[in-house]
Design a protein around this ligand. Structure first.
Ligand SMILES: O=P(O)(O)OC[C@H]1O[C@H](OP(=O)(O)OP(=O)(O)O)[C@H](O)[C@@H]1O
Ligand SMILES: Nc1ncnc2[nH]cnc12
Length: 171
């Protein structure tokens, strides 16, 4: 199955000049979602993770089912101000705008193998910031995975762990 057949692209969202890759159509298609999660699980399993970390919000849609499929725990990398207790923050640039991600201290046991998962890799700022946060709380980030890679933005160069993407766009 070609997953691209199930991903819509919408010009000029959320800003002029941005071609937005919309996974709503893929998630709404039972077979396409099943195939997506099967492929991601196959790539992820090889790294023998203890924990799957998902990035808010679209990343949760992929990361939480992946954790269930692999029998791993799931932890959240969230936008600022959403997590209770002691947290660590990092601000970074997006393809459109900027954001701050946050993780709870103690979210992982020191040395636990964590795979970081998001729906889409654009400039790589979100992955790079989240990897930094996970390391600060003692995780061993063994891999990263996403459904869509915008290869022309070269975000992969900012990710210093093995990165799996299921679908790649060159423009
Ligand atoms: O590689 P980058 O340039 O950092 O961009 C990728 C990030 O941008 C999108 O999130 P967005 O901030 O739109 O939030 P959402 O998941 O809550 O929709 C996407 O889900 C990734 O998390
Ligand atoms: N072009 C894009 N489409 C969908 N989500 C994104 N997140 C960052 N860039 C994006």
């Amino acid at each position: 199955m070609d997953l691209k057949d199930h991903i819509r692209s919408i010009p000029d969202f959320p800003k002029p000049g941005i071609l937005f890759y919309d996974i709503s159509t893929l998630l709404a298609h039972a077979d396409a979602w099943q195939v997506t999660m099967g492929r991601m699980a196959k790539a992820a399993r090889a790294h023998q993770p203890d924990v799957i970390a998902g990035i808010e919000s679209r990343g949760f849609l992929v990361a939480a089912p992946l954790a269930l499929k692999l029998g791993c725990g799931f932890i959240m990398v969230r936008k600022k101000g959403k997590l209770p207790g002691a947290t660590i923050k990092h601000t970074y640039d997006l393809e459109y705008g900027s954001d701050t991600v946050e993780i709870q201290e103690g979210a992982v046991e020191p040395g636990q193998r964590v795979i970081l998962v998001d729906d889409l890799l654009a400039t790589g700022g979100t992955f790079a910031a989240s990897i930094e946060l996970l390391r600060k709380v003692g995780a061993e980030v063994c891999a990263a995975a996403c459904l869509i890679e915008l290869a022309f933005l070269k975000g992969r160069e900012r990710v210093d762990v093995p990165l799996h993407s299921l679908v790649s766009y060159d423009e």
